[in-house]
Design a protein around this ligand. Structure first.
Ligand SMILES: Nc1ncnc2c1ncn2[C@@H]1O[C@H](COP(=O)(O)OP(=O)(O)O)[C@@H](O)[C@H]1O
Ligand SMILES: [Mg+2]
Length: 223
């Protein structure tokens, strides 16, 4: 469960990026965050990830009030969350498999365990035959598949996706959306910021719309 309780975020330059935002996202839900550029979508995701703190109000993940966590508890929170970015954030000197295994190496898991899990994830994201390719040998869609693999391999319950198809052509975008939808069907909560209204409409999932930092709509139907 992810819950925003009257969240306002004002940046030090006095820009009010979010104003009194309230919503609850249930476990296993797929929710789209829509709104024009600058609306506050990324700010919502960064608040969930504890990359930003609210100026007022509270952000909850399950029963934990994220903004009250101590520094040494933040890594535990982040293990529950996978983050997918528009620009992939791939390590260019590592292969597809190595980019995905990074998450588990940080957790200090054994090599045999890591290798087995990475193989499973490469299969999920459709890259088993390209495990040893370097990013320069892969398409943009394949790079995003790696990033999705990296976000899900740690067994995070919540996947944040910030305009994950923003740099992709239409056909590849639909393939990536399908992959993210499949990950939701495996039981993960998905919170996806998107500009692409055709995509948002296609899945008929709940939409939270933000305009100029204000939540204008949160409905159980498509946009
Ligand atoms: N660190 C920051 N300092 C000041 N203003 C910021 C900062 N980050 C974002 N903003 C502003 O907050 C607003 C919302 O930004 P953002 O959440 O990135 O919007 P979106 O992702 O919907 O395009 C924008 O006006 C943006 O310029
Ligand atoms: Mg953004």
């Amino acid at each position: 469960m992810v819950r925003f309780n009257n969240v306002t975020k004002t940046f030090p330059n006095r820009k009010v990026a979010l104003s009194s935002v309230d919503f609850t996202i249930s476990d296993g839900e797929f929710v789209f965050l829509v709104g024009p550029s600058g609306a506050g979508k990324t700010t919502v995701l960064r608040l969930i990830f504890h990359e930003l703190l609210p100026t007022s109000g509270s952000v909850f993940i399950n029963d934990i009030e994220v903004n009250k966590l101590k520094d040494d508890q933040i890594p535990f929170l982040r293990r529950k969350i996978g983050y997918i970015f528009q620009d992939f954030k791939i390590l260019h000197t590592r292969t597809a498999a190595e980019n995905i295994s990074v998450t588990l190496e940080i957790l200090g898991q054994k090599k045999e365990v890591i290798d087995k899990k990475v193989k499973g994830i490469l299969e999920t994201v459709g890259l088993l035959d390209k495990a040893n390719y370097f990013p320069s040998q892969l398409s943009l869609g394949e790079l995003q598949r790696i990033a999705i693999g990296r976000a899900v391999i740690g067994n995070a319950d919540i996947i944040l996706a910030d305009e994950p198809t923003g740099n992709l052509d239409p056909k590849t975008s639909w393939e990536i959306l399908k992959l993210i939808s499949n990950i939701n069907k495996m039981g993960k909560t998905i919170i996806m910021a998107s500009h692409n209204i055709d995509m948002v409409n296609s899945l008929k999932k709940r939409v939270i719309a933000i305009v100029d930092g204000k939540q204008v709509k949160s409905t159980k139907v498509y946009y």
